[in-house]
Design a protein around this ligand. Structure first.
Ligand code: PMP
Length: 359
């Protein structure tokens, strides 16, 4: 199998599997308990918290663990319920939909802008947005889910008040995330009724999941994965892009390859007169795993809101495929894609021509 859907979720790192097995056996006790096994569980959680703090240049106390990026996003937006919430049109649905329901007119304003988008990889000027927000007396939140491990990160240098993370995009388990909350900024817990996380997030600590997240964070730090993404992974992504443009008629890129403009591991391409879902299924039959726009939106017949915001063209959106690379991909994977993709697109374009004639 050639897996090119890392932006949707990534396989568990062997280090993560090992850490989670160990936690299941050794750190089963409730981490809030005052007895020794409870302390051991809590130590494991604090280890992971310190690793994330180190990776993003925060204080461990400024981080809480959550059930994932969706919860982290919801938590920040809920804190600003009734306030004016300004988001980019490229945000994940867990920001856009929550802001729609909870946003109002009160001040201070919350700006919620991701640093990098999950569908096309676009990098947004978050430092400028933070400057503007703070000048107005507002606050800034950034969904860093796709950025963790892919770019060097420093929440202080970016001047963020809140930042969202998820474990499963970096080889950790699904169902674990984190939220950075800068010291002194407004905060309302989403889950009330527990003293965990210093009353900032109720519910028994997910020790096994957090231990897995910790192991993935350690991997990122030990290997400086953002450097591997910038070199090896970027080269593979760019190679696939240039070969597609050369070898597949009617192809056009929705990702700007320029170093400053996109994440190094995401490539979104549209194929004229070929439907994204059909391309995905034909590639799947060849053992090549990709996604159409965003997995979160699939099953939804509406075109991707991100591609619509960028292109305003439903045909472009419906004919798009996202290739997202991980650390394990090789040149051979690019070869395997290019061995079948031109034929698949040609066939689909022919069918489309026949359909048009019949109509
Ligand atoms: N934000 C972004 C940018 C994402 O890519 C995703 C995952 N598709 C999420 C939020 C949601 O993450 P989780 O699955 O951890 O809730």
């Amino acid at each position: 199998m050639v897996y090119l859907d890392y932006a949707a979720t990534s396989p568990l790192l062997p280090e993560v599997i090992k850490a989670m097995h160990e936690a299941e056996e050794k750190y089963f006790a409730n981490a809030s308990a005052l007895h020794t096994p409870g302390h051991l569980s809590m130590n494991k959680i604090e280890e992971a918290r310190k690793l994330l703090a180190k990776l993003i240049n925060a204080e461990p106390d400024e981080i809480i663990f959550t059930s994932g990026a969706s919860e982290s996003n919801n938590t920040v937006i809920r804190t600003f319920e009734g306030h004016k919430i300004i988001t980019s049109p490229l945000e994940h649905h867990s920001v856009i939909e929550t802001a729609k329901v909870l946003g109002g007119d009160e001040k201070p304003v919350l700006y919620s802008y991701m640093l990098a988008n999950n569908e096309i990889g676009e990098i947004l000027p978050i430092k400028d947005i933070a400057k503007k927000a703070h000048k107005e007396g507002g606050f800034v939140h950034s969904d860093l889910t796709q950025t963790l491990g892919k770019l060097p990160l420093d929440v202080k240098a970016l001047d963020l008040d809140y930042a969202t993370f998820s474990a499963h995009k970096i080889g950790g388990p699904i169902g674990v995330g984190a939220l950075y909350i800068r010291k002194g900024v407004p905060f309302e817990p989403l889950i009330i009724g527990g003293s965990q996380e210093k009353h900032r997030r109720g519910s028994t600590y997910n020790t096994v999941g957090i231990a897995g997240f910790g192991a993935a964070l350690k991997y990122v730090l030990d290997h400086k994965t953002w450097e591997i993404y910038d070199t090896k992974v970027r080269a593979l992504r760019d190679e696939l892009a240039s070969r597609i443009l050369k070898e597949v008629p009617g192809s056009s890129l929705n990702t700007e390859l320029d170093g400053e403009k996109s994440l190094p591991n995401i490539l979104n391409v549209s194929f004229e007169a070929a439907e994204g879902e059909s391309i995905q299924l034909y590639l799947d039959a060849e053992g090549i795993i990709v996604s159409t726009g965003s997995a979160c939106a699939s099953g939804d017949i509406k075109p991707s809101h991100v591609l619509m915001a960028k292109t305003g063209d439903a045909e472009v959106a419906h004919s798009s495929i996202r290739f997202s690379f991980g650390l394990d991909n090789t040149k051979e994977d690019v070869e395997k894609v290019m061995a079948v993709l031109p034929g698949i697109i040609e066939r689909l374009q022919k069918i489309s021509t026949i359909e048009r004639k019949i109509k």
